[in-house]
Design a protein around this ligand. Structure first.
Ligand code: PXP
Length: 236
């Protein structure tokens, strides 16, 4: 199983000061050097973390693959067609949300999704649809021409350790099986962390996990001691 590292929150931290620190390209490099098999970023319509120039710079410098998360939006589609990432993942997007809440409703807008991804597929970009682990959504996704789905693992992550964990986990397992039977490759992501990720191995054939928040959060603590120590040394 491969690991796509979502580095959006490195940009969130950088944007808090509006400068260049922490350097996004350096972050991508560290992810790649340590087992990340692709770099994922979400170019949101409000550009709250990743900016257009970040995507342009990443595509030039990363050594693995760029996976661009994007909404059904013409201006973002234009950028994707210009920079040609390895893959895009189509996600729903609401301006007020803190992070992507729920999967894309492919079944409810089958023609719109199919039409929107056509130019991207024609340009040789791999297309993935971020959907809830739901039979109707999986079946609709298989009709669009997309090669991948990414299953939203947020409900599983939220239920982890509770009575509902098994139900939410089985939804993922069943959806993955159905998708694979219909010829789709299957990724998963959202809310996966160091406690709940191990169960992804119980889902046969999962291709890639996209993980961001838990990795960047852990990095704060694994790096904080060294960072303080270094500064204390310097000012001594
Ligand atoms: N996959 C998709 C489609 C997402 O939108 C996100 C969040 O940006 C992730 C994976 C990663 O989720 P998390 O940051 O909770 O690991």
């Amino acid at each position: 199983m491969l690991l796509g590292v979502n580095i959006d929150h490195v940009a969130t931290l950088r944007n808090a000061r509006g400068g260049f620190e922490p350097d996004l390209l350096k972050a991508a490099d560290i992810c790649e050097e340590n087992g990340g098999t692709s770099i994922t970023t979400h170019l949101r319509e409000d550009r709250r973390h990743i900016k257009d120039e970040d995507v342009c710079n990443l595509i030039k410098t990363i050594k693995t693959k760029l996976n661009l998360e994007m909404a059904i939006a013409d201006d973002i589609q234009k950028i994707a067609l210009e920079i040609k990432p390895h893959s895009i993942c189509l996600v729903p997007e609401k301006r007020q949300e803190v992070t992507t809440e729920g999967g894309l409703d492919v079944a409810g807008q089958l023609d719109r999704v199919s039409e929107f991804i056509k130019p991207l597929l024609n340009a040789g970009i791999i297309v993935s649809l971020f959907i809830d682990p739901d039979e109707e959504q999986v079946k609709a996704s298989a009709k669009t021409g997309a090669q991948f789905i990414e299953m939203h693992t947020g409900a599983y992550a939220g239920a982890f350790g509770s009575q509902n964990e098994e139900d939410e986990f089985l939804k993922l397992k069943d959806a993955a099986k159905l998708a694979q039977q219909l010829g789709l490759k299957v990724n998963a992501g959202h809310g996966l962390n160091y406690e709940n990720v191990h169960r992804m191995h119980e889902i046969p054939g999962l291709y890639e996990l996209n993980i961001g928040h838990s990795i960047i959060s852990r990095a704060v603590f694994t790096g904080l001691a060294e960072a303080v120590h270094k500064m204390a040394e310097l000012i001594k």
